[in-house]
Design a protein. Sequence first.
Length: 367
Amino acid sequence: MNWRNLFLQELKALFSNPAVVFTVFGGIVIYSLLYPLPYQNQLPRELRVAVVDHDNSQQSRSFVRMLNATPQLAITEQLGAEHEASSKIAAGDIEGVVVIPEHFYRDLLLGKSPVVSVGGDASFFLTYGTIAEGVVNAGGTLGAQVKVTRAMMHNTPMELAAKQYSPFTLNLVPVFNPTTGYGNYVVPGVFILILQQTLLIASGLLACADSAPRRRNLVARGVILLGIYTVMAMYYLGASFSINGINRLADPVNLAMMMLPFLLATFACGSLIGRFIKRPEIITLVILLSSMPLLFTSGFVWPASAMPDWMNALAQLAPSTPAILSTIQLNQMGATLQSQAGHLVHLWVLALLFMLGLVFTKSRKMD
């Protein structure tokens, strides 16, 4: 059979398999549209917070207005006691509560530091952190006003008092994630994992359905899938990032050089899985179940240095591990290809190992 017929045969096998077609085309497109949607706002804002004001003074009411003016918080109601907030947080009516202590105004006048208590739903880490951030910002503003007013009472000019209330001024400049948002942090890594998992499923299903695999068929199948996934990778790391407002700093040539061994290694790994697992539904199930462990051991959700050595070693067998770290550093951090030489070598080693394993597999006859 000539190469033209081989390619036609493999194309027919691909497009006549509904599971493969849906995984390759439907899965990629659907994930690219739906996955970034929850993170479009990047950071939680206007979280519903209740206030328990035990002081009920002019200054405490001013503090409540400051809390409501922050972009993080929206004061939705005032409660009479702290215990009333528990049921409301559990029911999802509010995300947090701020408790202003008795003698709040008096302590401020005496130069003491009143303790403002903050409670929040810590099951959502970003929610709790955002509530705390809003209270700290409002507290800092109120504290500055009190210090400036006290200095002016001692005949200090307002401009000088405004400069003296804090010994230094912060100039915070976020790098690599200018919005400090969750979308810029999580989407780039997850997109690489989606490319890997869908390619593993597609190549595994095709290998499982092939009853008489030959090396030339394998080459034709690999060229077709790699061609399709090259376009998908360009869409994921290019147009999709731009649509979702995610940093895109890498030279396309550098990304292509990193994607080639990644896609080769993933295709060969998926084909090996299809050789050893004969049931298509088991292939899909195994690969899907591996997604979360692969994501959390890849090194960008949780640092590799904080993971057990054996877990970190196992994670290096997945092409997504070096691919995620290298593409994030290239695309989001503007790193050079030379700085990612270790990850590039890692991917080529994995591609070579999986290809050799595929060639020498004796589970089925090959010519």
